[in-house]
Design a protein around this ligand. Structure first.
Ligand code: SF4
Ligand code: SF4
Length: 265
C-alpha cells in the first residue's frame, strides 16, 4: 500500500489531476487564492521586501527560515508572471476565447504604494469566472477593444505587461490574468528583483530583444528603460544581457535598433 501511494503521489501532485486548466482541484485552489490569499500575501510580500518588514528578507536567518520557504514553492509551482511585449500581448488578447473582465490591481490594493492606474487587472480564461464570482462588485466584463485600450494606456504610462500563470505543476501553463506592472508596485517583480530569479522566478517567454548595432546611436535610452537591468552600453553600442522579453526598451529606442525577436535559447 505504501509503495502504491509513493508511486501514485507524484502523479497526483504533478499531473493534470491538479494542474489541468479545468481541473476542479485547481479551480478550487484558485477560488481560495482569489478570495483569501492573494491580496494579504501581496501585502505581506511587499512589506517583507521593501516595506516595514524589510528586515525579513535582509537578515540571513529570517530570509532562510521565513521568506525563502514561502517564496520558493510559491514562485516555482504556485503563481508567477511572464513578461509579454505590447504588440504581442495585443495580438494575444484579440485571439483570446471566452469572457474578459477588469478589476483593481491586486498589488496596488495590497500596498497602495504607487499611483498607477488601479483598474488594470484583466482576468482571462478560467480567471474571469473566478474573480467575477469572488468580487462581483469590483470586476466588470469588458470586450477585447476595451482590454486593448487599457493595456495601451498603461503602456503609454511606462508600465510593462505580464501574463500570470497559476499552478505550474507538471509543466502546466494556466494563464489567468494580464497585469500592467510598474517597478515600484508590482509585487512579483519586486520579489524577483529582491530575492533573485532562483528563489522567485519570472518566466522568460517567447520573446527577447536583439540589437542592430548598425542602427544603435548609443543613447542609453534602452538602459534607462529596462526594468530588469538587462541592457548596458559597451563601446558606444547597446548590449542585451539577461532579457525577460518585456519589450519596454524597444518602445523607447528612437531609431528602432532594439528589435523584439523570438527567443531561440
Ligand atoms: S532588454 Fe530589458 S527592457 Fe528590453 S525587453 Fe529585455 S527585459 Fe525588457
Ligand atoms: S535606445 Fe536604441 S539607439 Fe539608444 S542605445 Fe538603446 S538600442 Fe541604441
Amino acid at each position: 500500500m505504501t509503495r502504491i501511494s509513493a508511486f501514485i503521489a507524484p502523479f497526483f501532485l504533478s499531473g493534470h489531476v491538479v494542474s489541468g486548466e479545468y481541473s476542479p482541484i485547481r479551480l478550487f485552489l484558485m477560488r481560495i487564492f482569489a478570495r483569501y490569499i492573494e491580496v494579504p500575501l501581496l501585502h505581506l510580500s511587499y512589506l517583507a521586501c521593501v516595506g516595514r518588514l524589510k528586515f525579513l528578507s535582509k537578515f540571513f536567518l529570517t530570509r532562510w527560515l521565513i521568506v525563502y520557504p514561502i517564496a520558493y514553492p510559491f514562485g516555482h509551482w504556485g503563481d508567477t508572471g511572464r513578461p509579454v511585449p505590447l504588440n504581442e500581448l495585443v495580438e494575444m488578447v484579440e485571439g483570446l476565447e471566452g469572457r474578459l473582465a477588469v478589476g483593481p490591481c491586486r498589488c496596488r490594493i495590497g500596498h497602495k504604494a504607487c499611483d498607477h492606474p488601479m483598474e488594470a487587472d484583466i482576468v482571462i480564461k478560467t480567471g474571469t469566472d473566478v474573480w467575477l464570482e469572488a468580487f462581483p462588485d469590483k470586476y466588470r466584463v469588458i470586450d477585447r477593444e476595451e482590454a486593448v485600450r487599457i493595456i495601451r494606456d498603461c503602456s503609454e504610462q511606462g508600465l510593462f505587461h505580464m501574463v500570470f500563470l497559476h499552478c505550474l505543476l507538471g509543466g502546466a501553463v494556466n494563464e489567468y490574468v494580464i497585469c500592467n506592472c510598474c517597478t515600484d508596485g508590482c509585487v512579483p517583480y519586486i520579489l524577483n528583483r529582491s530575492l533573485g530569479q532562483p528563489v522567485y522566478p519570472l518566466v522568460r517567454g517567447e520573446w527577447r530583444v536583439e540589437v542592430d548595432p548598425a542602427l544603435c546611436l548609443g543613447c542609453g535610452e534602452c538602459v534607462k528603460a529596462c526594468p530588469f537591468s538587462a541592457r548596458r552600453l559597451r563601446e558606444g553600442v547597446s548590449e542585451v544581457l539577461d532579457c525577460f522579453g518585456c519589450g519596454l526598451c524597444a518602445g523607447r529606442c528612437p531609431v528602432g535598433a532594439s528589435i523584439i525577436a523570438e527567443r531561440t535559447l
